[in-house]
Design a protein around this ligand. Structure first.
Ligand code: HEM
Length: 370
């Protein structure tokens, strides 16, 4: 198995750069535009934008990618390299915190799946007790973290370019950069121009975020609802190559699968026993989702799933559909996984985006509407 650590020999690092460079170019050029324009569905926020940046782009919204644009801020904040600022702050934080990539990936996914990538997950609860709960208070979001990094980036960008860079774009960029830190190279391009939403409801999070006990049909439907196909579902599930969970998340799977004190038979037998003995003590015991490799962004998650060691039913169920199962095999190859993940992250990042001037706002503080 190839792992990429800071001690990686030069040769391996160089060859990776070449490989990443090749898909990077593929995703950056015209391919990306055709990919997104064919995928973007008409609907909330996915139409052609009329934001400030548009007037700088000649003709028929040249370079417009489903309402988002490459290098969007070059036109509206020309004296500042917005992407570089986000990268520098994110990499500074990532160097002391190897779980940052996991945190931000999950935050970005949970933001985009709930009313689109509009930074609604960042909004703090209202001081008015009668107000409904916000997204970050919903059960599936209670373990989401990384908010302070977004605050730090926002504070800096407000100094450089007031009320210009959206919190939603900051999440998308910081996620890319936190995952890319391991490679010291941007792993995918991020089209920009998202605006920030003005509402955040816990009920929407409950409705839209898939449960870890989902079967294939439920996952397929949840992703299809966002314009994402089976390839995206499998590639994005590869995010579980990073990060941790707690025994409580899989207690039913381990100890009471069908209500008779049994274990999910789809887990490999000896691995199930290892998990049971770890989790007997406390449901708060932490579990790596990709054991031994949970700090490395790589295709190892797919090997684990193929060995019937996927941590959630939602991971194991990828083997129950023949096309998905063939992709799980394909993505064991790091380079195939990286390329597919890059493509699918761009699609995920375009989910339900607000891009028109009359939609949403550019928040001054990511935790509050203006
Ligand atoms: C396919 C449906 C998915 C389900 C049912 C699911 C469910 C979960 C659950 C239950 C956890 C553990 C949370 C906890 O222990 O508190 C988790 C962790 C995580 N998920 Fe997913 N997830 C899915 C897809 C995704 C996608 C698409 C991404 C990103 C692109 C993602 C990224 C992550 C990451 C990185 C973690 C680890 C977080 C950390 O360690 O801080 N997941 N997921």
């Amino acid at each position: 198995m190839m792992r990429i650590a800071s001690t990686t020999p030069l040769l391996v690092t160089l060859s990776l750069f070449v490989l990443i460079g090749s898909f990077h170019i593929e995703v950056c050029n015209g391919d990306l535009e055709s990919l997104l324009s064919s995928w973007m569905r008409p609907g909330k926020g996915n139409g052609r934008g009329d934001r400030e940046g548009d007037k700088e782009v000649g003709g028929e919204n040249q370079g417009d990618i489903g309402g988002l644009k490459m290098k969007f801020y070059e036109n509206i904040c020309p004296h500042v390299d917005v992407e570089k600022i986000v990268e520098t702050i994110t990499w500074k934080n990532a160097s002391g915190n190897p779980s940052l990539g996991a945190k931000l990936l999950r935050m970005h996914f949970h933001d985009c799946f709930v009313t689109g990538c509009d930074a609604s997950i960042l909004l703090d609860p209202s001081t008015n007790k009668a107000s409904p709960q916000v997204e970050k208070e919903a059960g599936p979001n209670l373990s989401v973290s990384g908010y302070e990094l977004i605050d730090e980036i926002k504070t800096r960008l407000e100094k450089e370019c007031r009320e210009t860079v959206s919190c939603a774009d900051i999440i998308a960029l910081a996620t890319r950069d936190a995952v890319s830190f391991q490679f010291q190279k941007r792993m995918w391009e991020v089209p920009l121009g998202r605006r920030d939403g003005r509402t955040s409801l816990a009920s929407e999070a409950f409705k839209n975020l898939p449960s870890p006990s989902s079967n294939f049909k439920l996952l397929q439907d949840a992703f299809d609802d966002k314009g994402l196909d089976i390839r995206d579902l499998v590639a994005l599930s590869g995010a579980h190559t990073l990060g941790i969970t707690q025994c409580g998340m899989i207690s039913t799977r381990l100890f009471n699968f069908t209500g008779r004190g049994d274990t999910d038979p789809s887990i490999e037998k000896s691995y199930a026993e290892t998990l049971r003995s770890k989790c007997r003590q406390s449901f708060e015991t932490e579990l790596e989702m990709d054991p031994g490799s949970s700090k490395f962004f790589d295709g190892n998650y797919f090997k684990i799933v193929n060995q019937k060691k996927g941590i959630f039913e939602s991971d194991a169920t990828l083997l129950t559909n023949s096309f998905a199962a063939s992709l799980v095999k394909e993505f064991e190859d790091n380079n195939k996984f990286f390329a597919a993940f890059a493509t699918s992250m761009v699609k995920l990042g375009g989910t339900g985006v607000l891009t028109r001037k009359n939609e949403g706002e550019i928040r001054r503080d990511c935790r509050f509407v203006n």
